[in-house]
Write a protein that binds this ligand. Structure first.
Ligand code: HEM
Ligand SMILES: *[C@@H]1O[C@H](CO)[C@@H](O)[C@H](O)[C@H]1NC(C)=O
Ligand SMILES: *[C@@H]1O[C@H](CO)[C@@H](O)[C@H](O)[C@H]1NC(C)=O
Ligand SMILES: *[C@@H]1O[C@H](CO)[C@@H](O)[C@H](O)[C@H]1NC(C)=O
Ligand SMILES: *[C@@H]1O[C@H](CO)[C@@H](O)[C@H](O)[C@H]1NC(C)=O
Ligand SMILES: *[C@@H]1O[C@H](CO)[C@@H](O)[C@H](O)[C@H]1NC(C)=O
Ligand SMILES: *[C@@H]1O[C@H](CO)[C@@H](O)[C@H](O)[C@H]1NC(C)=O
Ligand SMILES: CC(=O)N[C@H]1CO[C@H](CO)[C@@H](O)[C@@H]1O
Length: 329
């Protein structure tokens, strides 16, 4: 009896640790300039096309950054986020957190240009990683080296997105556990949350904080009352489902440290943003970004993006190179 329990326990541990062991083995496979010989113009082409798209429609820059985040947190950075559902599979794209992802057509256009130059060589997962960096740089944000050599996954399941992505309602304990589960640190959590220095949110993503927070027609007491009032004005109940608001109000197009001063004043949009004030490490990070002298955000962001870009990557002979990012070969 005891033996059976032990075996069950050992087996569960094995299953739990398996993805982790797998990640560590594969993360080593990324290199700088993976396409130097096989597709020398790849990185330049991605950069030029991204710059063109972003110049034409700057609001896509945040969306392209977020696409890489959603890709990496679900099954690793394997482009599973780009796959279309089929008659027998509901893909990540069609799960609740996806609803607001944008920019797929930009990735698809870049992939098809690359296929013309070097058929079957450049992975969709690398394109997503390069585009996220190039889009941030194109709007005046920082730059960082993107290692390449990722390969594309062969699975995309809507249910994975629900269980693996952090939710905006999460508290600090849940966020730290979520980041730890993909090998990211508490510092990475504080730094990458700064991605919310650009972009927009749908009111539905935080409406719970404004209305009926505890079911008593109340709002979240941890949110600054002035900000509650402003957000209620921007998110009236009559148009709750369709309204959108700027994140990092007043600075949502600029990649800067403004997010941290907003969060420091209890005006973080999501519970997850405000949660950074409830842990000593993340609080210290938020406070340090408030002054230009002690701010390290712009360089930290590149380092944490490199950490994120290694999550669960497939390299070598694992995975495939898709012909079209939306379709598993
Ligand atoms: C810490 C956990 C995180 C949570 C809970 C979270 C949650 C969200 C939510 C709910 C939205 C709004 C979606 C909408 O309603 O339209 C959003 C937007 C966004 N997130 Fe996050 N996020 C997190 C981390 C990140 C990270 C790590 C990045 C990138 C480094 C990121 C980048 C963005 C960007 C750029 C947008 C704006 C998208 C746009 O304008 O299209 N987020 N996030
Ligand atoms: C590709 O070229 C760059 C620049 O010369 C170099 O730093 C990098 O190591 C090269 N990578 C490979 C895999 O050849
Ligand atoms: C799912 O459908 C595709 C065609 O859309 C087919 O090629 C594939 O074999 C099917 N997979 C399963 C598991 O039924
Ligand atoms: C965070 O949320 C979980 C699940 O609701 C709860 O068990 C835990 O006590 C919360 N932790 C904090 C620090 O609020
Ligand atoms: C708040 O909750 C109460 C009780 O569940 C419900 O009757 C009311 O319609 C809710 N108000 C809003 C604005 O959702
Ligand atoms: C709920 O609060 C709003 C103001 O935010 C008020 O207009 C409304 O009458 C309140 N409803 C109830 C049932 O208390
Ligand atoms: C994937 O789905 C999108 C949205 O439904 C569609 O526009 C696109 O053409 C599809 N891609 C492929 C390769 O079928
Ligand atoms: C961008 C995208 O693919 N959005 C899809 C998210 O999922 C819903 C269904 O839950 C689809 O209707 C959207 O098209």
């Amino acid at each position: 009896m005891a033996n059976t329990k032990l075996i069950v326990l050992a087996f569960s541990l094995y299953i739990m640790l398996l993805p982790f062991v797998f990640d560590l083995a594969n993360a080593q496979g990324l290199t700088s300039g993976f396409y130097n010989l096989s597709c020398p113009s790849a990185e330049k082409l991605v950069k030029t096309m991204t710059e063109k798209f972003v110049a034409h429609a700057p609001s896509f820059a945040p969306s392209l950054l977020r696409l890489h985040f959603h890709d990496c947190f679900v099954r690793g950075c394997d482009a599973s986020v780009l796959v279309n559902s089929t008659s027998n599979n509901t893909a990540e794209k069609d799960s609740i957190p996806n609803l607001t992802l944008r920019g797929f057509q930009i990735i698809d256009a870049i992939k098809s240009a690359l296929e013309k130059q070097c058929p079957g060589v450049v992975s969709c997962a690398d394109i997503v990683a390069l585009v996220a960096r190039d889009a941030v740089t194109a709007i005046g944000g920082p730059t960082w080296p993107v290692l390449t050599g990722r390969r594309d996954g062969t699975k995309s399941l809507a249910t994975d997105a629900l269980t693996e992505l952090p939710a905006p309602t999460m508290n600090i304990t849940q966020l730290k556990a979520n980041f730890a589960s993909v090998g990211l640190s508490v510092k990475d959590l504080a730094v990458l949350s700064g991605g919310h220095t650009i972009g927009i949110s749908h009111c539905t993503s935080f409406a719970i904080r404004l209305y009926n927070f505890t079911g008593k027609n109340d709002s979240d007491p941890s949110l600054h009352p002035n900000y509650v009032a402003l957000l209620k004005k921007q998110c009236p109940l009559t148009t709750l489902l369709t309204s959108i608001v700027e994140m990092d109000p007043g600075s949502f197009r600029t990649f800067d440290t403004h997010y941290y001063s907003v969060v420091g004043r209890r005006k973080g949009m999501f519970t997850s943003d405000g949660a950074l004030l409830t842990d000593s490490t993340t609080l210290a990070y938020v406070q340090a970004q408030a002054s230009p002298q002690s701010s390290t955000f712009l360089t930290d962001f590149g380092q944490s993006m490199m950490n994120m870009g290694k999550i669960g990557v497939l390299t070598g002979t694992s995975g495939t190179i898709r012909n079209q990012c939306a379709i598993i070969n």
